[in-house]
Design a protein around this ligand. Structure first.
Ligand SMILES: [Cu+2]
Length: 129
């Protein structure tokens, strides 16, 4: 009985994770949102565009802006963990359900980041082309 209960819980979590977003017209389990939109949740970063999560992987053209949007109240930040920490030098922990944070990426490169509060449990990568 105990094993059965655990399996059911795991299944429910899986369904919730898959069904939590908008419908995706493109298919393939994506998020269906605009390019450069990242959902900040508890405890994850998720690309609103392609659905990737921890790491949320977003590819954008140089010169465009990425916006992280909190989908619920929770203390998180966005800080660079890559070669150019200056782009996220001022990582601010925000907690509001509708907070947003934006960064414009001028130079091509790969920019990994994480939440300063949750560290490696909450990660993403911006690939600028
Ligand atoms: Cu966090």
């Amino acid at each position: 009985m105990r094993y059965t209960a655990r399996l059911m819980v795991a299944t429910l979590f899986s369904l919730a994770a898959c069904g939590g977003g908008m419908t995706s017209p493109g298919g393939g389990g994506g998020g269906g949102g605009a390019v450069g939109q990242v959902v900040v949740g508890n405890i994850f970063f998720r690309s609103a565009h392609n659905g990737s999560q921890n790491a949320a992987v977003d590819t954008i053209p140089a010169g465009s802006t990425v916006t992280w949007a909190w989908n619920a109240a929770g203390s998180h930040s966005i800080q660079s963990t890559g070669q150019e920490p200056g782009i996220f030098r001022n990582s601010v922990v925000m907690s509001g359900a509708n907070d947003t944070y934006s960064v414009t990426f001028q130079h091509p490169g790969t920019y990994p980041y994480q939440c300063a509060v949750h560290g490696a449990a909450m990660t993403g990568v911006i690939v600028v082309q």
